[in-house]
Design a protein around this ligand. Sequence first.
Ligand SMILES: C[S@@+](CC[C@H](N)C(=O)[O-])C[C@H]1O[C@@H](n2cnc3c(N)ncnc32)[C@H](O)[C@@H]1O
Length: 241
Amino acid sequence: MRKLPIAILQDANVEAGIASFIKGAKVLDLACGTGYYSKRFLEWGAKQVVGVDISKAMVDAANATSTNLHALSFHVTDCSVPFRYEDGVFDVVFGAWLLNYASHGKEMVNMFRNASVNLKESGHFIGVTPPPTNDPRGHGDRALAARPARDGNIVVTITKDVEKGVATHLESTMKTGKVEFDAYHLTKNVYERSAWEGGLEGALTWRSVESPDIDSGVLESLRSSSWLTVPHFSVLVVVKE
Ligand SMILES: C[S@@+](CC[C@H](N)C(=O)[O-])C[C@H]1O[C@@H](n2cnc3c(N)ncnc32)[C@H](O)[C@@H]1O
């Protein structure tokens, strides 16, 4: 999946979103999965990275594929339960595709609180989330019309309405197998209110999706599947104040 054009676009946007905070930073990577971004952060200049994930299988895979273990550590933990990690206060807390597991605002508040209790004052939370909209169903319908099921693509379908958004099913079928999981797309208002209630009361920015320095072939493929005009993700930046 990391080689799909949409993944290349996401990486470029994560790097652009975190670039000004990463040099020499101590970073907490929430829902780190196999530690893909944890390892990228060290390449991009972080001093130390702690990755946490609810799945032991993911954390085991992260450990098994890491070499720089003096600067990198991984732990199993539920990020929807606020918890102050032993490793201390962080300059940056990152979370790619964590907040979309919150099925309602209260759960999301706890995820943001988990970020805020571990962040230094004036530190930054950076998240990869579904695109900001107060009409998640409308967005989902537009995305499906723009990108109907196709081998190798990521297809997100809506499975039901929930109080402040929709439940979603993501599926991607490749030659090597199928990846699928269930999550939620809650409204922009829920995200913004939850950040505030979770203790991140500083400036909140939804970065628009950009395509800096992306290979022209990849860019062409992104354009033809409308990934730039009907986005799949956003990079959210919130300051702790
Ligand atoms: C789509 S993967 C993203 C992994 C990683 N952030 C990345 O971008 O490569 C979502 C991850 O969220 C983790 N996850 C889901 N709910 C969680 C929770 N409550 N606490 C911690 N991790 C969670 C899953 O185990 C999975 O590894």
